[in-house]
Design a protein around this ligand. Sequence first.
Ligand code: SPD
Length: 273
Amino acid sequence: MWFVEKHDGTGFMIRGEKIFEKESMQKIEIYSTSLGKMLVLDGKIQLTEKDEKMYHEMLVHVPMLMHPSPEKILIIGGGDGGALREALKHKPKEVKMVEIDKEVVEACRKFIKIDDGAFDDERVEIIYEDGVEFVKNCKEKFDIIIVDGSDPDAVSKPLISREFYANCEKLCDIFVTQSQSPFLQNEHFEAILKNSNVFKQRRIYLSFVPSYPSGMWSFLIAGENLAIDLETIKKRYEERMIKTFHYNPELHVSSFSLPTWLKELIKKYGLLC
Ligand code: SPD
């Protein structure tokens, strides 16, 4: 069968067989495809085995390497375990993962298995709770907060609200969230830019993720001071002995080089370019 994800008159097609389906708070589907196992939530592709590292490595290593010693990490979402797997490569003391939908974790553990044992790591605590409520009531501080939400249509919509960003800002040194396709999903992308102005400094960086709408994928990183140079990133990457498939320090720096139209758009919302 062909699975098709459509966006405003465009679409991404992939051939595969459905191997799992469940309706929980969202519709969870898992396919076996020509790009490996594929997770789909409410009709939107969340990962394929072939390109998930192009997303998870960029989501996680960019903020982690911008921090001198990331020891306490909070991941909101990330039920497939990909972000967790990457965060553990920095040898943090503890990682809390707050996932709203236990069924996603269970389905991914059974059928996708990209966590490489991360779910069972003794430094990891998985909390099944709404991330918005968690940060509202949280008294702990984190070095990094990583938001690995699904598309902000239903379940994940509160993860792009000003209230959520304001609560995260109080709790961490560096914040990062995936911020959709700036090319095809302007409504979501601009809502994220608008609502995140609670942070002192914000920047956008990009990765190419072929199975996501348009392939052009963005991340918003925020904190007190986001300045960093290539030499420092290289040194940290080597000292921490990080092994990656897609990420490297040169790509880290170049991912902040944005096309003119995107620079102009984000400048309107007061972000650094
Ligand atoms: N449809 C693209 C949505 C991308 C954001 N979610 C990715 C989750 C992978 N852990």
